[in-house]
Design a protein around this ligand. Structure first.
Ligand code: CP
Length: 306
């Protein structure tokens, strides 16, 4: 079994079989993570470069750990200490790195489309670790893994993505992935944060968080992304919390169970209260742990293709 592409640029148009294969492969690597020695020789001899042009805690560490646990050689690139500070272009930077013979490139960039652009002049396998407001495929994969791990399935589940949908690459990748896997996807947030025409993606819209909670099995609560000018879409963070914050009081009105996800980093007291972020319904740190297994699965499947 192998993936239908040699890159992971996003989940748009990725076949269900590919997503299923990644999720199933990650189960094996999740077991490896529970062993005393959390390392397998699968990618021995492969060299992987992590190109992070934008800040990251979870994704960067998670990819690096995944690579080390697969026994690959890893190199980390950071813009602040690189020659891009001397004016070297992105393309020249990558071509110079590639001249050193690398097999795979993991890239995070503030501009949408950079991973695709890389495929035009690099022979390495390219993995998108988040590009602008476009896609964050491994985040959506680990979200789906975490839902499936807890609820046993994805097909037929009602999953609502709450918050700043317009600025969110996580929302976009989740919508593509969840729809491919047969989930019913909705979004909830202020109208200024819901992209016009999102219904055309087969997504339902809730304008009230209480309705979203009442009608969903899973809430994926997104961060209000102040660095992407989300603050201009709402009167204040306090007002956002009052109208859309996921709180214990709101969850208490729910009949039946609800699972709470958050991709992190969390703005406590804005999109989610501290009580919910640390409470019994959430799987936020499970998502982080599962992220390593998902990234191991993606690296393994792409790195061992013929
Ligand atoms: N969820 C996520 O992408 O977090 P980081 O920005 O810390 O990588």
């Amino acid at each position: 079994m192998s993936l239908s592409s040699r890159h992971l640029l996003g989940l748009y148009n990725v076949p269900k079989e590919d997503i299923q294969l990644i999720l199933d492969t990650a189960v094996t690597f999740r077991e490896v993570m529970e062993r005393p020695i959390k390392k397998v020789p699968t990618l021995q001899g492969k060299t992987i470069v992590n190109l992070f042009f934008e800040n990251s805690t979870r994704t960067r560490i998670s990819f690096e750990l995944a690579q080390k646990r697969l026994s690959a050689d890893t190199v980390n690139f950071s813009t602040s200490t690189s020659s891009t500070k001397k004016g070297e272009t992105f393309k020249d930077t990558v071509k110079n790195i590639e001249a050193m013979k690398v097999d795979m490139i993991v890239v995070r960039h503030q501009s949408a489309g950079v991973p695709k652009f890389l495929t035009q002049f690099s022979d390495a396998n390219i993995i998108n670790a988040g590009d602008g407001q476009h896609e964050h495929p491994t985040q959506a994969l680990l979200d789906m893994y975490s839902i499936r791990e807890k609820l046993g399935k994805l097909a037929g589940l009602k999953v609502c993505i709450v918050g700043d949908i317009a600025h969110s690459r996580v929302a976009r990748s989740n919508i593509y992935g969840l729809k491919a896997m047969g989930a019913e996807v909705s979004v909830c947030g202020p109208t200024t944060m819901i992209p016009r025409g999102i219904e055309n993606m087969g997504v339902k819209i809730y304008n009230r968080i209480d309705d979203a909670i009442k009608n969903s099995d899973v809430l994926n609560v997104l961060r209000i992304q102040l660095e992407r000018k989300a603050g201009t879409s709402i009167p204040s963070l306090r007002e956002y919390h009052n109208f859309f914050g996921v709180t214990e009081e709101r969850l208490a009105k729910k009949e039946g169970e609800i699972l709470i996800l958050h991709p992190g980093p969390i703005n406590r007291g804005v999109e989610i209260s501290s009580e919910v972020a640390d409470g019994p319904n959430q799987v936020i740190l499970n998502q982080v742990a599962n992220g390593v297994a998902i990234r191991m699965a993606v690296l393994y499947l792409l790195g061992t293709q013929n």
